[in-house]
Design a protein around this ligand. Structure first.
Ligand SMILES: C[S@@+](CC[C@H](N)C(=O)[O-])C[C@H]1O[C@@H](n2cnc3c(N)ncnc32)[C@H](O)[C@@H]1O
Length: 237
């Protein structure tokens, strides 16, 4: 019999999503590389990705979120799991709270669904929306990696397949970074979310990275790893 942990209230708006699950699964595939490293998560939400990395043996856990409730929830979760002593949580925008600092492992499940900022399914408008092309946070995140990855460091992030992976590759290549896909899975897209998806993106991607079966729609989601490009290597996956 499994005991349900009811000690911490879990705000419904911060419940972990399929994106979060896929990100944790990808990190678990290579858990040995987490042991002893300094971690940063941008957009830590519930704090569960940091908690999973703490369980895998990360030496320090730094989280940033724009929402006060997310910082409070992450702090409470990490404290409750006995990881508070190695944790540091900041409320702030993207890279700002860690200006000038570098990390061995940077993770993110950023809002990058191509739609304008709205509240969907009880989530705050800052949860999923990446602006019309899905890239309003993705691009500044990718651009900031060069200044925040420690030598030999890497980033592992969620990347919707319908958010132009080649554009991410080109942007990273300018900073001598390259991207490889660790895993690809399908995530359910609710009718509510689909109705708000940027029409041009839906038109271009339906049948390619977005798959409809009657009333049910799924989108392809990649978990990608970003690291220094190997000398002489191309930028393909
Ligand atoms: C899709 S959620 C990911 C949550 C987290 N990975 C989890 O599973 O609980 C995206 C998170 O990014 C945060 N966020 C949105 N804009 C941000 C910004 N400019 N800087 C930092 N965090 C931001 C949101 O508040 C939200 O918690």
């Amino acid at each position: 019999m499994f005991d349900i942990d009811t000690r911490l209230p879990v705000p419904a708006a911060l419940r972990p999503s399929e994106y979060t699950a896929a990100l944790i699964q990808a990190l678990r595939l290579d858990a040995g590389r987490v042991r002893g490293v300094g971690v940063l998560e941008i957009g830590c939400g519930s704090g569960v990705v940091l908690a999973a990395l703490g369980t895998m043996g990360a030496a320090s856990l730094c989280g940033i979120d724009i929402e006060h409730d997310a910082v409070a929830a992450s702090t409470a979760l990490l404290d409750d799991l006995g990881q508070g002593a190695v944790a540091e949580l900041h409320r702030g925008d993207m890279w700002r709270p860690v200006a000038g600092r570098r990390f061995d492992l940077i993770v993110a499940n950023l809002p990058h669904f191509p739609m304008e900022a709205v509240e969907v399914a009880g989530r705050l408008p800052t949860w999923s929306s990446g602006g019309a092309d899905g890239r309003s946070l993705l691009d500044p995140f990718l651009e900031g990696l060069r200044d925040h990855l420690a030598p030999g460091g890497r980033a592992v992030i969620t990347h919707n397949a319908f958010d132009d992976l080649d554009r991410s590759r080109a942007l990273l290549a300018k900073n001598a970074l390259s991207l490889r896909i660790i895993l690809t899975t399908l995530v359910y897209i609710s009718p509510e979310k689909l109705a708000r998806m940027t029409a041009d993106v839906l038109r271009a991607e339906e049948g390619r990275t977005i798959h409809r079966h009657g009333p049910y729609t799924f989108g392809e989601l990649h978990i990608v790893e970003i690291a220094a490009a190997k000398a002489g290597a191309g930028t393909s996956a």
